[in-house]
Design a protein around this ligand. Structure first.
Ligand code: ZN
Length: 151
């Protein structure tokens, strides 16, 4: 199996069986994200324990990229501190926007490397980063909705 096929299968798997796909009853932060260009809509719930992300979940509807990205975001940042999660978002953002500083083999990215192909499709960057923008707003204490068209 080549790398592209492997990445595709990871994304399809997370789209079909999204992880942490539920409402979080005892969340202390909740943010809605919208990507009008594609029609992706999701809600992210976060429960903090001091400075650490104790639990994070999402629900919503949208394309396979947005859903798989949200699913993988929740598994990637659970247990991380606010600054660790923010740093990971920056690396992920570099990856999907094709920034020269991005390295697919960056071990910190893990399975998130599956989104490296997104950088070739500018329309898809917003799909892949929607859940992360919602997370960032939630971590920043901004409970209002985020839209990719205002970022
Ligand atoms: Zn989308």
């Amino acid at each position: 199996m080549d790398l592209t096929a492997l990445y595709q299968s990871i994304i399809l798997d997370h789209n079909r069986r999204p992880r942490n796909f539920r409402e979080l009853a005892d969340a202390d932060r909740r943010t809605e994200g919208r990507n009008p260009l594609c029609g992706d809509e999701l809600t992210v719930w976060v429960k903090m324990s001091d400075d650490r992300i104790d639990d994070v979940t999402f629900m919503g509807s949208g394309c396979a990229i947005s859903k798989a990205s949200a699913s993988m975001m929740t598994t990637a940042v659970k247990g991380k501190t606010r600054s660790e999660a923010t740093a990971l978002f920056e690396r992920f953002h570099d990856l999907v926007t094709g920034s020269v500083s991005a390295r697919v083999e960056d071990p910190a990215l893990g399975q998130l490397a599956a989104f490296s192909g997104v950088s070739r499709f500018p329309m898809r960057v917003k799909c892949a980063s929607l859940a992360w923008h919602a997370l960032k707003a939630a971590l920043g204490g901004d409970a209002s909705a985020v839209s990719t068209e205002r970022l």
